[in-house]
Write a protein that binds this ligand. Structure first.
Ligand code: NAP
Length: 240
């Protein structure tokens, strides 16, 4: 797909990896709807910055905890920006919770943004667009069995399977692919030492940057013959 001139909706796009995705898209000439929940100031500042770089950008807020909110987000994004060609499901919640520490509330807090919203956003996006490209942000943990974050791992494994199901169902109009990063940034409020402790060994012994994740996303978006693929951006850690 020729990316220049297309319009993308990036969930959780105001900060951290989502911000890097928006910046990388803008560098390719893609107009961006920056979805945010609490990071309104950052979303507005990012949009102003992207517009200075020559693309159109809009900040749109939504709490992704209901089907109505997901459908409404796609509708509002389309109203302000016109037809969407790209959906990037990046917004997520990550908590460290073993099985015995898991509660119904914690399950829903992670399952809504990490799994239910991506499914419902894909549905609304596919229903409202003639064709396009979908990328789901996964996690290299889908290749293993990390019992320290049970709800999170379940959401990402399910989203990986949903990526493959959607790739089949939405073809040939849409491609649906996933990107599964290793440790990139510590959770909000935690320092670099946390990331260093948690990252673990990897064959390439490389720190994964938000820009490396964005490069993988762009590669999948550019390619018209790839669907149902999951790219691990983890220095090979999923092999261990
Ligand atoms: N960070 C890593 O090292 C890492 C590693 C592997 C995979 N990943 C995956 O890569 C993606 C980006 O990672 P990240 O660490 O940058 O993400 P993050 O900071 O944990 O979350 C991204 C954004 O999601 C939004 N969000 C969370 N819950 C929401 C809800 N209920 N409704 C609407 N928006 C909600 C928040 O937006 P607001 O700030 O506007 O509230 C948040 O800034 C995620 O899918 C993550 O699972 C990350």
């Amino acid at each position: 797909m020729e990316l220049k001139g297309q319009t993308a909706l990036v969930t959780g796009g105001a900060v951290r990896i989502g911000r890097a995705l928006c910046e990388a898209l803008a560098a390719e000439g893609v107009n961006v709807v920056v979805h945010y929940r609490h990071s309104g100031d950052e979303a507005q500042a990012l949009c102003a910055d992207l517009e200075r770089r020559g693309v159109r950008a809009w900040a749109v807020a939504a709490e992704l905890t209901s089907g109505a909110a997901c459908a409404d987000l796609v509708a509002r994004a389309t109203t302000v920006a016109g037809p969407l060609a790209i959906l990037i499901n990046n917004a997520a919640v990550f908590h460290k919770d073993h099985l015995l520490a898991t509660t119904e509330a914690k399950l829903l807090e992670e399952f809504w943004p990490n799994l239910f919203a991506p499914l419902l956003l894909m549905r609304a996006f596919a229903a409202g667009s003639a064709g396009g490209k979908i990328i789901n942000l996964l996690d290299r943990r889908i290749a293993g069995h990390d019992e320290t974050c049970v709800p999170y791992v379940l959401t990402k494994k399910a989203l990986a399977e949903l990526t493959l199901l959607a790739a089949r169902e939405l073809a040939p109009q849409f491609t649906v692919n996933g990107v599964a990063p290793g440790a990139v940034l510590p959770p909000p409020g935690r320092g670099a030492d946390y990331l260093h402790d948690q990252a673990g060994p990897s064959p390439l012994q490389k720190l994964i940057t938000p820009q490396a994740v964005a490069e993988a996303v762009l590669a999948l978006l550019r390619h018209d013959a790839l669907t149902g693929q999951i790219l691990f951006v983890d220095g090979g850690q999923h092999l261990l």
